[in-house]
Design a binder for this molecule. Structure first.
Ligand code: MD3
Ligand code: FE
Length: 229
């Protein structure tokens, strides 16, 4: 169910869930048509998310993938869910097996799935069914160059991203690589839902600044939930 963040409806389940939170929580800002930021939406789930992350990383550790062009990515990645995103000299694709362990990717924790589905619904996407979660780890200096995410079959489903730890500057471009880019600060606990007219926009992350965050230490972790097939 999509709920209006400004609703004063007290009878709905969502309103009850946030009864003890600050008035107007969760806040919902539209960044562009189809792109919606839910500031602090993941904060109530922080402990569960970090615990689940430890379990995933123990089985499928963070690693630096190589692009088809032969560059090693500064962002370290792993995945959970039925499918995981990988890159190597032969291209980008989703696989059911972690090429490092030759085992299936760790399953998607219930805490991850619930957060992603709840955030999508809050943004107006009622039937989000993520089967992949790409987990990115940025240390100071790590960046993600401008790109589009279009290896997923059903582009009517959004991507949900969850930011944890150090802040980052997100670059939000247009449908052409050369279009102008807005800069958006993403903070610990922010969740962004990218769908509809924003689904194929170019985007990236500027080099991470040095810092310390109580939840993650010297890094930023980003979870991106996708429906791949
Ligand atoms: C806008 N990750 O994993 S999340 C990625 O913070 C990726 O790690 C960044 O871009 C990160 O592919 C940004 C936000 C994001 C993810 C997917 C999008 C924004 C998007 C797809 C379409 C438009
Ligand atoms: Fe992306």
């Amino acid at each position: 169910m999509a709920t209006d963040c400004n609703s004063t409806e007290q009878a709905s389940g969502t309103a009850d869930m946030f009864a003890d939170a600050a008035p107007g929580f969760p806040s919902r800002e539209e960044l562009a048509p189809g792109a919606c930021v839910l500031r602090g939406f993941a904060l109530p789930h922080e402990a569960a998310l970090l615990a689940a992350l430890d379990t995933i990383v123990a089985r499928s550790p963070f690693r630096h993938l190589v692009t088809p062009g032969g560059f090693t990515m500064s962002v370290a990645m792993t995945n959970c869910g039925a499918l995981g995103w990988v890159s190597d000299r032969s291209g980008y694709r989703y696989t059911a097996t972690d090429p490092c362990t030759r085992q299936p990717w760790p399953s998607m924790p219930v805490a991850f799935l619930h957060l992603a589905v709840q955030a999508a619904a809050e943004a107006g996407f009622d039937h989000f069914a993520p089967d992949a979660c790409l987990i990115n780890r940025y240390v100071p200096g790590a960046r993600l160059t401008l790109h589009q995410d279009r290896n997923e079959r059903d582009l009517a489903q959004p991507i949900v991203s969850v930011s944890l730890g150090l802040p980052a500057t997100f670059l939000f471009g247009g449908l052409e690589r050369t279009d102008g880019r807005a800069r958006i600060g993403l903070l610990h606990g922010d969740v962004v839902v990218w769908g509809a007219a924003s689904r194929l926009r170019f985007h990236g992350i500027l080099p991470l600044k040095t810092g310390h965050h109580p939840a993650t230490g010297n890094c930023r972790i980003n979870l991106t939930f996708r429906n791949v097939r």
